[in-house]
Structure formats: structure tokens, C-alpha cells
Design a protein around this ligand. Structure first.
Ligand code: COS
Length: 382
């Protein structure tokens, strides 16, 4: 472990209190206002959440993957919108710099990310390039010691508040596939960036997504991640491998929360003269959720430990994302069922968390993309 188990245990306790005392009580407000209140973001900064995965040399805590998922098991019991602001920043928004950045790029940006000064976004998806990420059309044309970026990125989490974007763009127009793509660090105040209107979503209200439009946006050539053209797709995939384990950990945590909500309700609600939790058909729903959540937790911890040990976890990351995102969908569905009519009402959290959970099967690679990654590796013998 990078920090040691005592320090991580303390960190988990602190985060657990923050979740129970500050975040869960604020969930309704976040849903209504469709934003995370600035005072809560300020508290996240004070707690050091923006530095969790930034290496210690650059002002962060430098958590290992195992430590990160242990923290996520606590943090992500709260509505996913809270995680999305700092989790996207220290996850897919900045991991390109951590994993493949040059020493100069790390020195310049990571301390400002760790302090919470720079919120980050990962700009891969486009109107015509979602699952087929390698077909992206955003262009980066070399012009002296700059690149000029033109194109539109879609559904970009944190875009309205971001100070920094990791942008995947095509530097080689002759190469229409993955090899023609490079990754860039783009500061928000660079001329030529427009943020679209904030998307209206089914759930995860408070996590803001929008289009990011680049028009004649001049970025210093020094900002190409790793200093080499053509490596951007691989950087994006490595970032997503790590991100998928993180998302899976969040699914486990949300499932734990949903189970806790269902158990509390089943212990209180009476029908036919008894608490509904005494009925075996209700117990069966709770038991299925408990067993599946435990399986998810075990596989996420295993994949995280293997990544820390230096193993290739591409397939395992996809297994975790596939199983845990589908699992939390089933758990959310059962929780609504245990609540019955009340589960369909906005008054109880089950309805909101059910909508929130739906996105996990889509972003950072749909379930079908995870199946494709796993199945292809099996058949091709990786
Ligand atoms: N780590 C490192 N390199 C990887 C990699 C990984 N996880 N996955 C692929 N690569 C490399 C491959 O080895 C290949 O390199 P070479 O050309 O040197 O052989 C290159 O990248 C292209 O890989 P591949 O041929 O597998 O690319 P595909 O176009 O077939 O795409 C999928 C693969 C579908 C898996 C990819 O496009 C994907 O993950 N799509 C989903 C995107 C996504 O998650 N979007 C969500 C946006 S963020 S919210």
C-alpha cells in the first residue's frame, strides 16, 4: 500500500463521516438545483479529495489503486454527482498526465490539480464517435510550435466548471484509426473554446455535462501528452482501464447504499400484520442483492491489487465495469421493488438512485464495449 493501512483506515473514517453528515443530507438539494453546492466542493478540497491519486511528489496522496477503491467504497455511497466533480478530475480528467505525461507536464499541472484549483475533464466522445472512439474527427493541425484544434466534443463531464481538458484529437489525417490520434492538455482560458449549454439528464443531476467546441484553438506543442504524436488513443485506453475499476468500485458502494435503504425500509414497513422484512420473498430480494454486491466488491479489490502489482488488467477492468454496473442496476431495481409504491415516489431516495445507477452501464464504455473487450481477448488469446 502506498500510504499504509492505518492512514487509509483514518481517511476512510473521515470520508464515511463526510458522506453521512454532509453529502447524503445534501442529495435532495443537489437534485433540485442540478449542481453540487460550492461550499461542499470547498470542503472536498479541504479534505484533500482532489489529491487522492496525484503522486506525492506533486502534492497529492498518491493512493494505490487498492487504496483508491477502498476510499471509493465509502465515498460513492453518496449520490454519484458528488463523485463526478472530484472523481472525474483525479480520474479520467488528469490520469493521462499521471500515466503518460512528461516530467514538465506533471510539474506544471499536477500540483494545481491536487490542490483543487483545476477541475479536469476528459474530452474523447464526439457527436459521431462514442463507442467507436478511434474514429474521432476533432483535428489538431501542427502550426509552428503550436497545434490548432478544431472539433466538437460531446457529453463532457465537468465541462462547465473545468479549468483543464484532456483532449483527444487527430494529428494525422491520413490515419483514420487509433494511430492517428494524439492527446493534448488544453487550458480552459485558451482562446477558441466554447462550452455548450448544460445537458438535461435522466439522473445524476448535479454532475454537469456539456459540449465543448474547439474553433481555431491554439495549444502549445509542449502540451501534447508524452511529447509524441500518435499515442493519444493508447493513453485514453489506459486512462479508461483505470477509470473502469474506479467506476466499478462506485457501483459497489452505491449498491451497498441501496441495500441499506432497502433493509431499513423492510425492517419498518408493515403489511399483513408483519414487518415486510419477515417475508421470505422480500428476504430473497435482499439476499440476491447482498450476494451480488459482495461478488462485485471482491472482484474490484482483486483487480485493483493486480494493477498495483503491475499486471495487465485490461480484461479484468472490463469484467469489473461490466459486472458491477449491471449488478447495481439489478440492486437498484430490487430496492425500488422492496419499497413498493413508495419506491416510485420522489420522496424516497430509491427513485433517484435508480435513475442515477442507469448511467453506470453506459459511460466509460457501455456494457457491450466491455463484453467486446473481454470476448475479443478470449478469442484472440490475450
Ligand atoms: N491499453 C493500452 N493500449 C490499448 C488498450 C489498452 N487498454 N486498448 C487498445 N489499445 C491499443 C491496441 O493495442 C492498439 O494498438 P496497436 O495499433 O499498436 O496494435 C490500439 O490501441 C487500437 O486498439 P484496437 O484495435 O483495440 O481499437 P478499436 O478501434 O478496435 O477500439 C474499443 C477498441 C472498442 C475497445 C475502444 O474504442 C473503446 O474502449 N471504446 C469505448 C470508448 C469509451 O469508453 N468511451 C467512453 C468515453 S469516456 S466517458
Amino acid at each position: 500500500m502506498a500510504l499504509g493501512s492505518d492512514v487509509v483506515a483514518q481517511l476512510r473514517d473521515t470520508i464515511a463521516r463526510f458522506v453521512d453528515e454532509r453529502l447524503i443530507p445534501a442529495e435532495k438539494r443537489v437534485e433540485e438545483e442540478d449542481r453540487v453546492p460550492p461550499e461542499i466542493v470547498a470542503e472536498m478540497k479541504r479534505l484533500g479529495l482532489f489529491g487522492l491519486t496525484v503522486p506525492q511528489d506533486y502534492g497529492g496522496l498518491g493512493l494505490s489503486m487498492e487504496e483508491e477503491v477502498l476510499v471509493a467504497f465509502e465515498f460513492s455511497r453518496a449520490a454519484p454527482a458528488f463523485r463526478s466533480i472530484f472523481g472525474t478530475t483525479i480520474g479520467i480528467g488528469s490520469q493521462g498526465i499521471v500515466i503518460d505525461g512528461t516530467p514538465e507536464q506533471k510539474e506544471k499541472y499536477l500540483p494545481r490539480i491536487a490542490s483543487g484549483e483545476l477541475i479536469c475533464s476528459f474530452a474523447l466522445t464526439e457527436p459521431e464517435a462514442g463507442s467507436d472512439a478511434a474514429s474521432l474527427k476533432t483535428r489538431a493541425r501542427r502550426d509552428g510550435d503550436h497545434y490548432v484544434i478544431d472539433g466538437t466534443k460531446r457529453f463532457i463531464t465537468n465541462a462547465p466548471v473545468a479549468g483543464l481538458f484532456t483532449v483527444m484529437a487527430r494529428t494525422d489525417p491520413e490515419n483514420k484509426g487509433a494511430g492517428g490520434v494524439s492527446a493534448f492538455i488544453v487550458e480552459r482560458d485558451t482562446p477558441g473554446i466554447t462550452i455548450g449549454k448544460i445537458d438535461k439528464k435522466m439522473g445524476q443531476k448535479g454532475s454537469m455535462t456539456a459540449d465543448v467546441i474547439f474553433e481555431n484553438c491554439r495549444v502549445p506543442a509542449a502540451n501534447i501528452i508524452g511529447g509524441r504524436e500518435g499515442m493519444g488513443f493508447k493513453t485514453a485506453m489506459k486512462v479508461l482501464d483505470r477509470g473502469r475499476i474506479g467506476i466499478a468500485a462506485s457501483c459497489v458502494a452505491l449498491a451497498e447504499r441501496l441495500i441499506a435503504e432497502a433493509v431499513t425500509y423492510a425492517r419498518e414497513r408493515k403489511q399483513f400484520g408483519k414487518k415486510i422484512g419477515e417475508f421470505q420473498l422480500v428476504q430473497a430480494m435482499l439476499a440476491d442483492s447482498r450476494a451480488e454486491c459482495y461478488a462485485g466488491r471482491a472482484m474490484v479489490l482483486d483487480a485493483a491489487r493486480r494493477r498495483d502489482a503491475g499486471e495487465d488488467i485490461r480484461v479484468l477492468a472490463s469484467c469489473c465495469k461490466l459486472f458491477c454496473s449491471e449488478m447495481v442496476g439489478r440492486v437498484a431495481d430490487r430496492t425500488v421493488q422492496v419499497f413498493g409504491g413508495a419506491g416510485y415516489m420522489a420522496e424516497y431516495p430509491a427513485e433517484r438512485l435508480y435513475r442515477d445507477a442507469r448511467l453506470f452501464r453506459i459511460y466509460e464504455g457501455t456494457s457491450q464495449i466491455q463484453q467486446l473487450v473481454i470476448g475479443r481477448a478470449m478469442v484472440e488469446g490475450d
